[in-house]
Design a protein around this ligand. Structure first.
Ligand code: ATP
Ligand code: ATP
Ligand code: MG
Ligand code: MG
Ligand code: MG
Ligand code: MG
Ligand code: MG
Length: 283
């Protein structure tokens, strides 16, 4: 590009690349979805179509961005995790966040008619905000994921009880809120069971656990030389010098990621089992 007297303005741009060798989480959240969900008559407390649409959009994001390791979604939010070795956009926060948020929004709108056949979108159109946070250890990253899933559980138990009191118990919102004030999980389980014969454990997994999306590697031969206790291994290496993978190694991994099947599940991601059975996620 030719130099011009205007070019100095480029220097006003601030660097925003994220700390190397840390796990990057980009979380997006629907803007004003309380209002949005009323406009399109989402079923309360959980509209399955809306959740499936969030999952479809997130899945599309994952297939366009092979650098994403895993994603977790609940309600109108989704968290996307980039591996600590990721160098996409030189790890620039604004580039990563804006790319994720705009790709997700584009697909949310693209997939909308599949899930809401009889309610075409009209302005104001759905939009999402986003942020990036870095986590220095596997433990911190897993605690982040656990935090979101615990939040899903707490909110869903509350919302399920609240809406049952209204829909089946004939209460209004104020009365239901008052009744639930200061109650613990056990109290809500009891209200559901004793008053309405609902066993919370039998509620759909997608409502109770949220959704986790990752690449399934069943078809990839395991390397007999690797230690399968990745959590332990990864913990060890976070305090050491950043592991530098060769360019051809990175290319090979990227190719495998691009070809792998992307699955959407509703599993417990708090306990070790999920991570131990999928060692590729944190290695
Ligand atoms: P903000 O712009 O600050 O995020 P918000 O109205 O989106 O405001 P949130 O805290 O993000 O507030 O809450 C999301 C809202 O969207 C909640 O009211 C929730 O009930 C509703 N919502 C999201 N997904 C669903 C769904 N699948 N079914 C029913 N309601 C949903
Ligand atoms: P990056 O992802 O790094 O931005 P890019 O390919 O989008 O890569 P840009 O520097 O943003 O690169 O350049 C935009 C490209 O899109 C150029 O090749 C430009 O010629 C093309 N382009 C954009 N708008 C138009 C247009 N209206 N008509 C023809 N070509 C266009
Ligand atoms: Mg928000
Ligand atoms: Mg929101
Ligand atoms: Mg939200
Ligand atoms: Mg351009
Ligand atoms: Mg461009």
């Amino acid at each position: 590009m030719a130099n011009s007297k205007f070019e100095y303005v480029k220097q006003f741009e601030q660097p925003d690349s994220l700390l190397p060798n840390t796990w990057i989480v980009v979380r997006l959240d629907g803007r004003g979805f309380t209002k949005f969900s009323t406009k399109y008559a989402f079923e309360k407390p959980n509209d399955k179509r809306a959740l499936d649409l969030m999952n479809a959009a997130a899945r599309s994001v994952m297939s366009e961005l092979p650098d994403i390791t895993i994603a977790y979604g609940v309600s109108d939010e989704y968290s996307f995790v980039f591996h600590k070795s990721c160098t996409l956009f030189e790890r620039r926060a604004s580039k990563l966040v804006s790319t994720i948020v705009s790709t997700f929004t584009a697909y949310y709108i693209h997939h909308w008619p599949v899930y809401f056949k009889d309610s075409p979108l009209s302005p104001p159109l759905p939009s999402f905000d986003g942020r990036a946070v870095t986590y220095p250890s596997v433990q911190n990253l897993r605690d982040y994921m656990s935090w979101r899933q615990v939040d899903c559980h707490i909110n869903n138990l509350y919302n399920t009880t609240f809406w049952t009191l209204i829909k089946q118990g004939g209460m209004d919102g104020t009365a239901a809120e008052l009744m639930l004030k200061g109650t613990f999980s056990a109290d809500k389980n009891e209200i559901l069971f004793k008053k309405f014969g609902i066993n919370y454990n039998n509620e759909p997994e997608i409502f109770k656990k949220g959704s986790v999306i990752f690449r399934e590697y069943e078809l990839v031969e395991p390397d007999p030389g690797t230690n399968n206790n990745v959590v332990e291994e990864a913990e060890k290496t976070t305090t050491a010098v950043p592991e530098v993978k060769s360019k051809s190694q990175l290319e090979k991994e990227k190719k495998a990621r691009t070809k792998a099947k992307i699955v959407v599940e509703h599993l417990d991601i708090i306990r070790d089992e999920f991570w131990e059975r999928r060692p590729w996620l944190l290695s």
